[in-house]
Write a protein that binds this ligand. Structure first.
Ligand code: GDP
Length: 294
């Protein structure tokens, strides 16, 4: 992720998105299924007011399926249409079609009453960096037979990707900024690899991951790295064991913990530790709800 967010940048991005939003009927919001809340920006509720809304739990292939279901329910309870997807898999796009029709039912009905038939639904993809917006649009575009050209009123450079007679997608996604003022959000986005590792302490990040896995997914590390009594060890000892088992050794033969940290994070991010979700719906607070922790 190479974007440095600062207030001016955010204001500009927000303004551009507001312009694009004027053109569309449907907001397709991508979130990362491993961190469905931390990968959102609540501003989308204001930005998307009055539009049909769909939330795509993307990278569902990497997330815990039981939690995918609970998160889907959580979003549904908040009046949003939800689909779990793997944006790289074109097959899952079919599922979205039915939900699009459902989400836009009112608009389609309104059009019908006015005698407007078959006007395609126009949609825009939005989300924070790295949630899979481009992958999703490419999957769509790859399937689409034609790109429609620039049209009057369409922001310069934008094109509509026509998927079929009923759905067109803006080819440029709207980029939302993460809630990076919240440290826990920053930590989770770093764990999934959405924030540049260079600016973070990778060793600390790996220890956070060990601590989380021991709490929520006990046994995962022991199984993957053949660790003994991992449950009784502190996080540093676990990382040392990983280093030993994977022969992460520095020159003099001592353990290379930074290397083990990198290996562990890579294994997690690529799904080699299994399907893991970092946050649960219970921790989610609704807007305006009193913060019980502080
Ligand atoms: P953007 O910044 O929102 O446009 O995100 P990208 O489309 O560039 O995707 C970021 C990374 O996530 C890329 O490496 C994609 O291959 C990967 N990715 C996107 N969608 C999925 C998905 O559903 N599952 C998995 N496993 N990887 C995905």
């Amino acid at each position: 992720m190479n974007i440095q967010w600062y207030p001016g940048h955010m204001t500009k991005a927000k303004r551009a998105m507001k312009e694009d939003l004027k053109l569309i009927d449907l907001v397709i919001e991508l979130v990362d299924a491993r961190v469905p809340l931390s990968s959102r920006n609540p501003d989308i509720d204001d930005l998307g007011a009055g539009k049909a809304r769909i939330v795509l739990l993307n990278k569902a292939d990497l997330a815990d399926e039981a939690l995918n279901r609970r998160w889907a329910q959580w979003f549904t309870e908040r009046g949003l249409h939800v689909v779990k997807i793997d944006a790289r898999n074109k097959g899952t796009l079919k599922q979205i079609q039915a939900v699009v029709q459902e989400a836009c039912k009112e608009k389609i009905e309104r059009d019908r009453k006015r005698g407007i038939l078959n006007r395609p639904i126009r949609a825009m993809v939005v989300g924070i960096p790295n949630v899979g917006k481009s992958t999703f649009i490419n999957s769509f575009a790859g399937k689409a037979c034609a790109k429609t050209g620039n049209k009057p009123g369409v922001t310069k450079g934008n094109q509509w990707i026509r998927l079929n007679k009923t759905l067109e997608l803006l080819d440029t996604p709207g980029i939302l900024w993460p809630k990076f003022e919240d440290q826990q959000v920053g930590l989770k986005l770093a764990l999934i690899g959405s924030i540049n590792d260079e600016i973070l302490n990778r060793d600390e990040l790996a220890l956070e991951l060990v601590s989380f896995l021991n709490r929520r997914y006990p046994g995962v590390l022991a199984e993957r790295y053949q660790l003994e009594n991992a449950g009784d060890c502190d996080t540093t000892q676990v990382l040392e064991q990983v280093a030993r088992q994977r022969s992460c050794l520095a020159k003099g033969g001592e353990l290379d913990l930074p290397k083990a940290a990198r290996l562990l994070l890579d294994d997690f991010r690529s799904g080699r530790l299994g399907r893991i979700t970092l946050e649960e719906p219970e921790t989610a607070k609704d807007k305006g709800e009193k913060d019980q922790d502080g």
